[in-house]
Design a protein around this ligand. Structure first.
Ligand code: CO8
Length: 261
Protein backbone atom coordinates (compact mmCIF):
# COMPACT_ATOMS: atom_id res chain seq x y z
CA UNK A 1 0.00 0.00 0.00
CA UNK A 2 1.34 3.44 -0.95
CA UNK A 3 -0.94 5.68 1.08
CA UNK A 4 -0.36 8.81 3.16
CA UNK A 5 -1.33 8.79 6.83
CA UNK A 6 -4.26 11.22 6.49
CA UNK A 7 -5.46 9.71 3.22
CA UNK A 8 -9.13 8.94 2.66
CA UNK A 9 -8.39 6.00 0.38
CA UNK A 10 -6.12 2.96 0.48
CA UNK A 11 -4.39 1.77 -2.67
CA UNK A 12 -3.03 -1.75 -2.95
CA UNK A 13 -1.30 -2.87 -6.14
CA UNK A 14 -1.55 -6.65 -6.17
CA UNK A 15 0.74 -8.92 -8.13
CA UNK A 16 -2.20 -10.40 -10.08
CA UNK A 17 -2.52 -7.16 -12.05
CA UNK A 18 -5.34 -5.77 -9.90
CA UNK A 19 -5.11 -2.48 -8.02
CA UNK A 20 -7.56 -2.26 -5.13
CA UNK A 21 -8.78 1.21 -4.16
CA UNK A 22 -10.63 1.20 -0.84
CA UNK A 23 -12.63 4.24 0.20
CA UNK A 24 -11.69 4.81 3.81
CA UNK A 25 -13.66 7.45 5.72
CA UNK A 26 -15.38 5.03 8.10
CA UNK A 27 -16.74 7.73 10.45
CA UNK A 28 -18.58 9.42 7.58
CA UNK A 29 -19.73 6.20 5.88
CA UNK A 30 -17.26 7.03 3.10
CA UNK A 31 -19.03 10.28 2.21
CA UNK A 32 -17.37 11.60 -0.91
CA UNK A 33 -15.74 14.93 -0.13
CA UNK A 34 -13.33 16.82 -2.36
CA UNK A 35 -10.33 15.13 -0.76
CA UNK A 36 -11.66 11.67 -1.64
CA UNK A 37 -12.32 12.86 -5.18
CA UNK A 38 -8.82 14.24 -5.60
CA UNK A 39 -7.19 11.16 -4.12
CA UNK A 40 -9.17 8.76 -6.31
CA UNK A 41 -8.38 10.84 -9.39
CA UNK A 42 -4.66 10.95 -8.51
CA UNK A 43 -4.56 7.20 -7.85
CA UNK A 44 -6.25 6.49 -11.19
CA UNK A 45 -3.82 8.78 -13.02
CA UNK A 46 -0.94 6.70 -11.63
CA UNK A 47 -2.63 3.39 -12.38
CA UNK A 48 -3.37 4.47 -15.94
CA UNK A 49 0.36 4.61 -16.59
CA UNK A 50 1.23 1.43 -14.70
CA UNK A 51 1.55 -1.32 -17.30
CA UNK A 52 1.48 -4.01 -14.58
CA UNK A 53 -2.11 -3.07 -13.67
CA UNK A 54 -4.88 -4.44 -15.87
CA UNK A 55 -7.94 -3.76 -13.76
CA UNK A 56 -8.98 -1.64 -10.80
CA UNK A 57 -11.20 -2.89 -7.99
CA UNK A 58 -13.02 -0.07 -6.20
CA UNK A 59 -14.63 -0.82 -2.88
CA UNK A 60 -15.73 0.67 0.44
CA UNK A 61 -16.49 -0.93 3.78
CA UNK A 62 -18.97 -3.57 4.88
CA UNK A 63 -21.33 -0.82 6.04
CA UNK A 64 -20.99 1.58 3.15
CA UNK A 65 -19.55 1.70 -0.32
CA UNK A 66 -20.27 5.43 0.00
CA UNK A 67 -23.28 7.17 1.59
CA UNK A 68 -23.15 9.97 -0.96
CA UNK A 69 -21.45 13.25 -1.52
CA UNK A 70 -20.40 14.90 1.72
CA UNK A 71 -23.51 16.82 2.79
CA UNK A 72 -21.65 18.72 5.53
CA UNK A 73 -19.12 20.02 3.00
CA UNK A 74 -21.84 21.28 0.63
CA UNK A 75 -24.51 22.48 3.05
CA UNK A 76 -23.52 26.17 3.13
CA UNK A 77 -22.24 26.43 -0.43
CA UNK A 78 -23.55 29.10 -2.80
CA UNK A 79 -24.27 28.69 -6.50
CA UNK A 80 -20.90 30.27 -7.32
CA UNK A 81 -19.11 28.03 -4.78
CA UNK A 82 -20.46 25.09 -6.82
CA UNK A 83 -20.22 26.55 -10.30
CA UNK A 84 -16.82 28.24 -10.42
CA UNK A 85 -14.70 25.22 -9.39
CA UNK A 86 -17.12 22.92 -11.28
CA UNK A 87 -17.75 21.02 -8.04
CA UNK A 88 -17.33 17.27 -8.54
CA UNK A 89 -16.11 17.47 -12.16
CA UNK A 90 -13.05 15.64 -10.82
CA UNK A 91 -15.12 12.45 -10.68
CA UNK A 92 -14.98 12.42 -14.48
CA UNK A 93 -11.56 10.81 -13.90
CA UNK A 94 -13.43 7.64 -12.93
CA UNK A 95 -15.83 7.73 -15.86
CA UNK A 96 -12.98 8.47 -18.29
CA UNK A 97 -10.51 5.90 -16.93
CA UNK A 98 -9.46 3.65 -19.80
CA UNK A 99 -8.87 0.37 -17.96
CA UNK A 100 -11.84 -1.52 -16.50
CA UNK A 101 -13.03 -0.73 -12.98
CA UNK A 102 -14.88 -3.38 -10.99
CA UNK A 103 -16.99 -1.94 -8.16
CA UNK A 104 -17.47 -4.16 -5.12
CA UNK A 105 -20.43 -2.70 -3.26
CA UNK A 106 -21.57 -3.63 0.25
CA UNK A 107 -23.91 -1.59 2.42
CA UNK A 108 -24.97 1.89 1.37
CA UNK A 109 -24.36 3.14 -2.16
CA UNK A 110 -26.49 6.27 -1.99
CA UNK A 111 -26.49 9.49 -3.94
CA UNK A 112 -22.96 10.14 -5.15
CA UNK A 113 -22.06 6.63 -3.91
CA UNK A 114 -24.59 5.08 -6.28
CA UNK A 115 -23.40 7.42 -9.03
CA UNK A 116 -19.77 6.45 -8.41
CA UNK A 117 -20.69 2.75 -8.59
CA UNK A 118 -22.48 3.40 -11.88
CA UNK A 119 -19.35 5.00 -13.34
CA UNK A 120 -17.60 1.64 -12.88
CA UNK A 121 -17.75 -1.09 -15.52
CA UNK A 122 -18.67 -4.27 -13.64
CA UNK A 123 -20.75 -3.85 -10.50
CA UNK A 124 -20.59 -6.72 -8.00
CA UNK A 125 -23.05 -6.23 -5.15
CA UNK A 126 -23.10 -7.92 -1.77
CA UNK A 127 -26.55 -9.13 -0.79
CA UNK A 128 -26.42 -6.34 1.83
CA UNK A 129 -26.01 -3.58 -0.76
CA UNK A 130 -28.51 -0.71 -0.77
CA UNK A 131 -28.70 1.64 -3.73
CA UNK A 132 -30.58 4.87 -4.11
CA UNK A 133 -30.62 8.47 -5.24
CA UNK A 134 -32.00 10.20 -2.10
CA UNK A 135 -30.92 13.70 -3.16
CA UNK A 136 -34.52 14.83 -3.63
CA UNK A 137 -34.98 14.58 0.14
CA UNK A 138 -32.20 17.16 0.55
CA UNK A 139 -33.74 19.56 -1.94
CA UNK A 140 -31.24 18.72 -4.69
CA UNK A 141 -30.97 16.21 -7.53
CA UNK A 142 -28.21 13.73 -8.48
CA UNK A 143 -25.14 15.70 -9.60
CA UNK A 144 -22.55 13.07 -10.49
CA UNK A 145 -24.37 11.66 -13.49
CA UNK A 146 -27.12 9.76 -11.68
CA UNK A 147 -30.10 11.12 -13.57
CA UNK A 148 -28.40 10.03 -16.79
CA UNK A 149 -26.56 6.80 -15.96
CA UNK A 150 -29.37 5.42 -13.79
CA UNK A 151 -31.93 6.08 -16.51
CA UNK A 152 -29.77 4.36 -19.13
CA UNK A 153 -29.17 1.41 -16.78
CA UNK A 154 -32.71 0.77 -15.54
CA UNK A 155 -35.01 2.70 -17.89
CA UNK A 156 -37.20 5.72 -17.32
CA UNK A 157 -40.02 4.33 -15.12
CA UNK A 158 -37.66 2.88 -12.50
CA UNK A 159 -35.29 5.85 -12.66
CA UNK A 160 -38.15 8.30 -12.16
CA UNK A 161 -39.43 6.23 -9.24
CA UNK A 162 -36.01 6.32 -7.57
CA UNK A 163 -35.01 9.90 -8.34
CA UNK A 164 -38.40 11.44 -7.51
CA UNK A 165 -39.17 9.49 -4.31
CA UNK A 166 -35.59 8.98 -3.10
CA UNK A 167 -36.44 5.45 -2.00
CA UNK A 168 -33.74 2.81 -1.57
CA UNK A 169 -33.28 -0.29 -3.67
CA UNK A 170 -32.04 -3.60 -2.25
CA UNK A 171 -29.48 -5.75 -4.05
CA UNK A 172 -32.09 -8.09 -5.57
CA UNK A 173 -34.23 -5.32 -6.99
CA UNK A 174 -31.07 -3.64 -8.27
CA UNK A 175 -30.04 -6.80 -10.09
CA UNK A 176 -33.52 -7.36 -11.55
CA UNK A 177 -33.50 -3.77 -12.77
CA UNK A 178 -30.13 -4.15 -14.49
CA UNK A 179 -28.19 -1.87 -12.19
CA UNK A 180 -25.73 -4.51 -10.97
CA UNK A 181 -23.81 -7.28 -12.71
CA UNK A 182 -23.98 -9.95 -10.02
CA UNK A 183 -24.96 -10.42 -6.37
CA UNK A 184 -22.74 -12.42 -4.02
CA UNK A 185 -22.98 -13.20 -0.29
CA UNK A 186 -21.53 -10.29 1.70
CA UNK A 187 -18.81 -12.48 3.23
CA UNK A 188 -17.52 -13.40 -0.23
CA UNK A 189 -17.70 -9.94 -1.79
CA UNK A 190 -14.01 -9.02 -1.95
CA UNK A 191 -12.94 -12.52 -2.93
CA UNK A 192 -15.52 -12.82 -5.72
CA UNK A 193 -15.02 -9.28 -7.02
CA UNK A 194 -11.26 -9.83 -6.80
CA UNK A 195 -11.59 -12.94 -8.98
CA UNK A 196 -13.55 -10.99 -11.57
CA UNK A 197 -10.92 -8.24 -11.58
CA UNK A 198 -8.06 -10.77 -11.79
CA UNK A 199 -9.78 -12.55 -14.68
CA UNK A 200 -9.97 -9.26 -16.57
CA UNK A 201 -6.38 -8.36 -15.65
CA UNK A 202 -5.16 -11.66 -17.14
CA UNK A 203 -6.56 -10.78 -20.57
CA UNK A 204 -4.72 -8.70 -23.16
CA UNK A 205 -4.64 -5.13 -21.79
CA UNK A 206 -5.18 -3.29 -25.08
CA UNK A 207 -7.98 -5.70 -26.00
CA UNK A 208 -9.66 -5.14 -22.64
CA UNK A 209 -9.36 -1.37 -23.03
CA UNK A 210 -10.84 -1.49 -26.51
CA UNK A 211 -13.65 -3.81 -25.38
CA UNK A 212 -14.49 -1.37 -22.59
CA UNK A 213 -14.41 1.57 -24.96
CA UNK A 214 -16.66 -0.24 -27.39
CA UNK A 215 -19.32 -1.19 -24.83
CA UNK A 216 -19.18 2.31 -23.32
CA UNK A 217 -19.80 3.71 -26.78
CA UNK A 218 -23.30 2.22 -26.69
CA UNK A 219 -24.20 4.91 -24.15
CA UNK A 220 -23.01 7.72 -26.38
CA UNK A 221 -24.25 7.06 -29.88
CA UNK A 222 -26.75 5.54 -32.29
CA UNK A 223 -26.81 1.81 -33.07
CA UNK A 224 -25.45 2.25 -36.61
CA UNK A 225 -22.60 4.51 -35.47
CA UNK A 226 -21.83 2.21 -32.55
CA UNK A 227 -21.66 -0.86 -34.77
CA UNK A 228 -19.40 1.00 -37.20
CA UNK A 229 -17.15 2.02 -34.30
CA UNK A 230 -17.02 -1.58 -33.08
CA UNK A 231 -16.06 -2.89 -36.51
CA UNK A 232 -13.21 -0.39 -36.86
CA UNK A 233 -11.73 -1.15 -33.47
CA UNK A 234 -12.29 -4.87 -34.05
CA UNK A 235 -10.16 -4.60 -37.20
CA UNK A 236 -7.51 -2.68 -35.25
CA UNK A 237 -6.98 -5.61 -32.87
CA UNK A 238 -5.32 -7.49 -35.74
CA UNK A 239 -2.41 -5.10 -35.28
CA UNK A 240 -1.74 -6.54 -31.81
CA UNK A 241 0.65 -9.33 -30.88
CA UNK A 242 -1.97 -10.55 -28.43
CA UNK A 243 -4.46 -11.36 -31.20
CA UNK A 244 -1.83 -13.54 -32.90
CA UNK A 245 -0.95 -15.17 -29.58
CA UNK A 246 -4.58 -15.71 -28.53
CA UNK A 247 -5.55 -17.40 -31.77
CA UNK A 248 -2.33 -19.43 -32.01
CA UNK A 249 -2.86 -20.66 -28.44
CA UNK A 250 -6.39 -21.77 -29.31
CA UNK A 251 -5.20 -23.70 -32.35
CA UNK A 252 -2.27 -25.25 -30.43
CA UNK A 253 -4.64 -26.15 -27.54
CA UNK A 254 -2.66 -24.25 -24.91
CA UNK A 255 -3.19 -21.22 -22.69
CA UNK A 256 -2.38 -17.86 -24.27
CA UNK A 257 0.49 -15.83 -22.90
CA UNK A 258 -0.63 -12.26 -23.51
CA UNK A 259 2.08 -9.62 -23.52
CA UNK A 260 -0.17 -6.60 -23.44
CA UNK A 261 0.58 -5.11 -26.83
N1 CO8 B 1 -22.34 13.30 3.98
C1 CO8 B 1 -21.74 13.61 5.15
N2 CO8 B 1 -21.78 12.82 6.22
C2 CO8 B 1 -22.47 11.65 6.13
C3 CO8 B 1 -23.13 11.27 4.96
C4 CO8 B 1 -23.03 12.14 3.84
N3 CO8 B 1 -23.61 11.86 2.65
N4 CO8 B 1 -23.74 10.09 5.17
C5 CO8 B 1 -23.47 9.74 6.43
N5 CO8 B 1 -22.70 10.69 7.02
C6 CO8 B 1 -22.20 10.70 8.40
C7 CO8 B 1 -23.31 11.03 9.37
O1 CO8 B 1 -23.50 12.42 9.42
C8 CO8 B 1 -22.74 10.46 10.65
O2 CO8 B 1 -21.78 11.36 11.16
P1 CO8 B 1 -21.84 11.82 12.72
O3 CO8 B 1 -21.55 10.53 13.47
O4 CO8 B 1 -20.76 12.83 12.81
O5 CO8 B 1 -23.22 12.32 12.96
C9 CO8 B 1 -22.01 9.22 10.18
O6 CO8 B 1 -21.77 9.39 8.77
C10 CO8 B 1 -22.81 7.95 10.35
O7 CO8 B 1 -24.06 8.12 9.71
P2 CO8 B 1 -25.48 7.86 10.45
O8 CO8 B 1 -25.34 8.08 11.91
O9 CO8 B 1 -26.51 8.66 9.74
O10 CO8 B 1 -25.65 6.29 10.17
P3 CO8 B 1 -27.02 5.49 10.03
O11 CO8 B 1 -26.63 4.06 9.98
O12 CO8 B 1 -28.00 5.94 11.08
O13 CO8 B 1 -27.63 5.92 8.62
C11 CO8 B 1 -27.57 6.41 6.25
C12 CO8 B 1 -26.97 5.60 7.43
C13 CO8 B 1 -29.02 5.95 6.01
C14 CO8 B 1 -26.72 6.10 5.05
C15 CO8 B 1 -27.56 7.91 6.59
O14 CO8 B 1 -26.25 8.26 7.02
C16 CO8 B 1 -27.90 8.79 5.42
O15 CO8 B 1 -29.06 8.95 5.08
N6 CO8 B 1 -26.87 9.45 4.79
C17 CO8 B 1 -27.06 10.41 3.74
C18 CO8 B 1 -27.45 9.72 2.44
C19 CO8 B 1 -27.67 10.77 1.38
O16 CO8 B 1 -28.57 11.59 1.43
N7 CO8 B 1 -26.82 10.75 0.36
C20 CO8 B 1 -26.90 11.68 -0.73
C21 CO8 B 1 -25.99 12.83 -0.48
S1 CO8 B 1 -26.15 14.11 -1.70
C22 CO8 B 1 -25.31 13.52 -3.03
O17 CO8 B 1 -24.73 12.50 -3.00
C23 CO8 B 1 -25.33 14.39 -4.24
C24 CO8 B 1 -24.27 13.94 -5.22
C25 CO8 B 1 -24.13 14.90 -6.29
C26 CO8 B 1 -23.64 16.22 -5.83
C27 CO8 B 1 -23.09 16.91 -7.01
C28 CO8 B 1 -22.80 18.36 -6.73
C29 CO8 B 1 -22.33 19.09 -7.96
Amino acid sequence: SDTAADATILVDRRDDGVAVITLNRPKALNALNLQVMREVAAALAELEGDASIGCVLLTGSERAFAAGADIKEMAEASYMDMYLPDWFAGWDAVANFRKPIVAAVAGYALGGGCELAMMCDVLIAADTATFGQPEIKLGIIPGMGGSQRLTRAVGKPKAMDLVLTGRNLGAEEAERAGLVSRIVPADDLLEEAGKVAATIAAMSLPTVMIAKESVARAFETTLAEGVRFERRVFHSLFATEDQKEGMAAFIEKRKPNFVGR
